[in-house]
Design a protein around this ligand. Structure first.
Ligand code: IVH
Length: 676
């Protein structure tokens, strides 16, 4: 559900920016101010960064401006630009070769030589030269028709405008890849997910002057239409390209035998992180043109070539350093800083090492060559390191015994359940004595489920912390807005907005407040239980004075671990000070004592369809006030399905199957002794 909501929010923003772009680029009409446009763009990029399941071809991360297909003239390619079929395993390659041999009616020992070319992950382009002069440049488009991006391509320094070589054909389409170097991508990584998106955005700019701003490169590898080419194999063609003044991939090789292809593939994959361009596999092309001709194409891919792709969730790179990050609860988490590498379209430069034990177990060291895995939404991690590639003077990583932030002792707690020491090492300081813990506590305090202050994200916490504007949660409510207004990037309007959002959150529920304090082991659910127990903020604060911690064990769901953690929290004077300060500033809503004797006690409800004259929210609160519960799906836990107008048939059928009572609005109100 949460994911759905995020997606919807994202799609709406994308729709909005698409419309703004359309008006701006097609109609030359701006619907919003530049600042408003930038804000929207940043919101989209932020969402994409946070949730990597969000992508859209219309995202600003895919294009610098509007993807202006309408702005570029469409021109047919004289010879179609094909795509390639993919191979992932040695078996795929063996099948590929077997099929070729069968097609050519050759014997099994027929030797095929391949041009093996690292597959640059960029944007392909076709350059038409007539009598040595660059006439036009097209994008791939749909393979049959491309967009006329001649002017933009002409800004690329690797693309010669004129070729004087005598053996250059009278007419030829030179094809290759436009890409951006990884080193140039560094300064653009806030804007784009990967170098490919950056190259694509740059190439599709309406104004070639904008294309020029992002340094693009071109590597040539094939041709389309030709008149007067007297070359008979791919590798000679690549050599010729170089002679004519084009850049070609320095890692191209001539190879025969599947096992040699695999050997080369493994070597190149190891080298990948040291290259200054992104590759996502290796293209194998049968070297002889006459064999290529005989084999021809299937659908839109040639029979004579295949792309051997690298895994989309694993890659090899080098560990440059090991950083120790300190979390809100003091946990020391080692993070490997790796040479940036593109894993399935995302440039990864950090990988978690989990904890001290993990480093020991896998003997992970600075300088190691490692396999990094990035699967789904989880943080990338190190799978293993290659001990053979290790230099002689490599040293075991020594995990710090003192907190790198505050110098306090670090400890490994004894886990009573597993009867073992925790794998996680923690900073032993409590409260706000450790700077790194404090920053994380503040980030937690303003986070979504806590105070959820609009426009007050992690970056602002860090910046205000560094400026010494905030150290404790109460400082957030005492900010000097005049000082903020003078900072770069802030203006009167944004300061007013921030002030408004902060003031709005001065009214808060007790459960959110308890959760915001970031007490270890007190998540949202436990905070709710505690809030229900304490009813008011003053009761909660008084806990320390009354020393009545053991009573907390009577709360269903709260155990010894939580109680010890609460005790630790209240033992710290700084924490008590924070509570007292917050009490002065905030208006904490007390919990309405729940009536356990209500008419709907122990009964659960679900509404499907629209009810008459009563909103969903109202029904929910009516049920809860009367000690009932609302649930969101039909299951065995449901007691009553309330059916309104236009209900979901599936829910009714499911309820019937489970023999759940189905009632209408009238019957529901009757249960509450209400008639209308
Ligand atoms: S040859 C008929 N050679 O891979 C052969 N393509 O999916 C088609 N690519 O669109 C292209 N490096 O963008 C060829 N050395 C290379 C390549 C290469 C990268 C890209 C190209 C093409 C895609 C095929």
């Amino acid at each position: 559900m949460e994911k759905k909501k995020i997606k919807l929010k994202y799609i709406n923003k994308i729709k909005l920016i698409k419309n703004l772009n359309k008006n701006y680029y097609d109609k030359n009409h701006s619907l919003v101010t530049d600042n408003e446009y930038d804000d929207l763009k940043n919101e989209i990029l932020k969402l994409e960064k946070k949730y990597n399941f969000l992508t859209s071809k219309d995202s600003p991360s895919n294009s610098v401006g509007y993807t202006p297909s309408k702005n570029f003239k469409k021109i047919p390619h004289k010879v179609s630009m094909l795509s390639l079929s993919n191979a992932f395993t040695e078996e795929d390659l063996a099948n590929f070769e077997k099929k070729i041999i069968n097609y050519l009616s050759e014997k099994n020992d027929f030797k095929i030589t391949y041009s093996a070319e690292p597959k640059i992950d960029g944007i392909s382009a076709s350059l038409t030269y007539k009598n040595g002069k660059l006439e036009k440049g097209l994008s791939r488009g749909d393979g049959k028709e491309g967009e006329d991006i001649t002017l933009n391509l002409k800004t690329i320094k690797d693309i010669p405008n004129q070729i004087f070589s005598k053996d250059f054909p009278e007419e030829i389409d030179i094809r290759g890849e436009v890409f951006i170097k990884n080193s140039d991508f560094k300064s653009l990584k806030e804007k784009f997910a990967n170098p490919r998106n950056a190259a694509s955005g740059s190439l599709r700019q309406k104004n070639p002057e904008d294309t020029k701003k992002i340094p693009l490169n071109f590597i040539a590898y094939t041709f389309g239409f030709e008149k007067g080419l007297s070359i008979y194999n791919q590798f000679d063609f690549l050599k010729k390209l170089k002679e004519w003044g084009f850049k070609v991939n320095p890692l191209n090789k001539l190879i025969s035998g599947i096992h040699n292809l695999i050997k080369n593939y493994n070597e190149v994959e190891k080298q990948r992180s040291t290259l200054d361009f992104d590759i996502d596999g290796i293209v194998y092309k049968i070297n002889e043109f006459n064999l290529q001709k005989r084999l021809g194409n299937v659908a839109n891919a040639p029979r004579w070539a295949i792309a051997h792709k690298f895994s989309s969730n694993k890659a090899i790179s080098e560990i440059i350093d090991i950083d120790i990050q300190i979390g809100r609860t003091g946990a020391l988490t080692p993070v490997a800083k790796i040479k940036p590498i593109n894993i399935g379209g995302v440039v990864v430069s950090n990988a978690t090492l989990h904890n001290e034990d993990e480093i020991k177990r896998k003997d992970i060291r600075i300088g190691d060559t490692a396999i990094i895995e990035r699967a789904g939404d989880v943080i990338p991690h190190i799978l293993s390191v290659d001990k053979k590639k290790r230099s002689k003077n490599s040293q075991k990583f020594i995990f710090p015994k003192k907190c790198p932030s505050c110098g306090s002792e670090t400890i490994k707690e004894f886990n009573k359940i597993t009867k073992k020491n925790d794998a996680v090492r923690r900073c032993s300081s409590e409260g706000y004595t450790c700077d790194k813990i404090s920053i994380e506590k503040l980030k937690h305090f303003v986070s979504k489920e806590a105070f959820n202050i609009d426009g007050f994200g992690k970056k602002i916490v860090e910046s205000f912390w560094n400026l010494k504007f905030i150290k404790f949660p109460q400082d957030i409510f005492k900010l000097d807005y005049n000082k903020i207004e003078k900072l770069e990037g802030w203006g009167n309007l944004s300061v007013q907005n921030l002030k408004y959002s902060i003031n709005q959150k001065k009214k808060i529920s007790l459960e959110r407040l308890i959760y915001s304090l970031g007490i270890r082991h007190i998540g949202l659910e436990n905070a709710k239980l505690l809030a229900k127990n304490f009813i008011s903020f003053s009761n909660f604060i008084n806990l320390a004075k009354l020393n009545s911690y053991d009573d907390l064990l009577n709360i269903d769901g709260i155990g010894e671990t939580q109680v010890n953690s609460i005790k630790n929290f209240f033992k710290n004077d700084e924490n008590i000070k924070v509570l007292n300060e917050l009490e002065k500033i905030l208006e904490v809503k007390s919990v309405n004592k729940k009536n356990d004797n209500g008419l709907l006690n122990n009964k659960s409800f679900l509404v499907t369809g629209k009810l008459n004259g009563i909103s969903r929210a109202e029904v929910k609160s009516l049920i809860e006030v009367n000690s009932g519960k609302t649930v969101s799906t039909v299951s065995n836990k449901l007691n009553y399905l309330i059916v309104g107008e236009k209900p979901t048939k599936r829910k009714i059928d499911h309820a019937k199957e489970l023999k759940i009572k189905i009632i209408d609005q009238k019957e529901f109100l009757k249960m509450l002794n209400k008639t209308s």
